[in-house]
Design a protein around this ligand. Structure first.
Ligand code: PMP
Length: 292
């Protein structure tokens, strides 16, 4: 059997999984999404991803007719149908089909819900050993009064894509994004952590960081191993002068950041606390998660 895609209640062959040219996600970026990883037939942090998707939908006033538990079952069914042992699940929702931006004209329209699976290798294995070179993008994260960065909305990613292209242009692996006040928010698709003087810090979500699920996992792991942690408003100076730095995300997992804007961070090599947290994270992904 070929690859299947869950589309609005049905598991259909991938080549038949079509969305309308008038879908609000396509027309206006009016929707939200989640990226989820499967490790050895275990879906990692599935509940947390689905909960975040429902929070995003709620913030966008998109009413998903499906109960979260039904969506969880749909995700599990898609993973099973595609015999996905290790890989990536993309859950995408939109307000539904309707030409014209006014949602008032879409009263009887059901949201579009798509669950698809893929293989995803974001960085080569040696990057996890040697660390990433990162730049600061000129593209800023939008203030919450405009597009709330805490909502994992489709439309907000034009910004991340722009910043990622800035990194690509200079051969960097990632880009840090500042908020409009000049403080560091996060990377284009990852959260940022620093280790300085034996303490782990990350920017608060109110500074423009997505409430990352890998971020929450790393915070939990830090507590378990007794590493002091606090959320902290973070400047570029804090990044340049940190002992260690790393990025976290479902796709990127936990990856060291060893250079920023041409400056070495610490001694320019992944630090011991980063290595410890990477090991703890890999252990968690190998043993936690919903078995499918
Ligand atoms: N920030 C942004 C902008 C992202 O797109 C992501 C990826 N979802 C993250 C941070 C990391 O979040 P998570 O750990 O939940 O994947």
């Amino acid at each position: 059997m070929g690859e299947r895609v869950f589309l609005n209640g049905d598991l259909v062959p991938r080549e038949d999984a079509h969305v309308s040219i008038y879908d609000h996600g396509f027309l206006y970026g009016d929707g939200a999404f989640e990226g989820i990883r499967v490790y050895n037939r275990r879906v990692f942090k599935l509940q947390a991803h689905v909960a975040r998707l429902y929070r995003s939908a709620h913030a966008l006033a998109i009413k998903l007719c499906t109960h979260p538990q039904e969506l969880i079952s749909a995700i599990v069914a898609t993973v099973r149908a595609n015999n996905l042992e290790t890989g990536y699940v993309r859950v995408t929702i939109s307000r539904g089909v309707g030409l014209g931006l006014d949602p008032a004209h879409m009263k009887d329209v059901a949201p579009t819900i798509v669950v698809s699976t893929a293989q995803l290798g974001l960085y080569k294995p040696e990057m996890y050993e040697n660390g990433l070179e990162v730049i600061t993008a000129s593209t800023r994260v939008p203030p919450a009064q405009c597009i709330d960065p805490q909502v994992k909305s489709l439309g907000k990613y034009i910004n991340s894509i722009n910043a990622k292209m800035e990194a690509n242009r200079v051969g960097a692996g990632e880009a840090l994004m500042l908020n409009v006040n000049g403080n560091v928010a996060e990377a284009t698709g990852d959260n940022l952590f620093l280790v300085s003087n034996g303490e782990l810090t990350t920017p608060p979500t109110s500074e423009g960081a997505l409430p990352g699920i890998t971020r929450a996992t790393v915070i939990e792991l830090a507590k378990e191993i007794g590493l002091p942690f606090r959320e902290s408003i973070t400047t570029l100076f804090d990044c340049y002068t940190a002992d260690e730095a790393f990025l976290t995300g479902t796709a990127a997992e936990v990856i060291p950041m060893v250079r920023l804007d041409g400056r070495e961070i610490g001694d320019g090599r992944p630090g011991p606390m980063t290595a410890r947290l990477i090991a703890e994270f890999r252990q968690a992904t190998a043993t936690d998660g919903l078995e499918v």
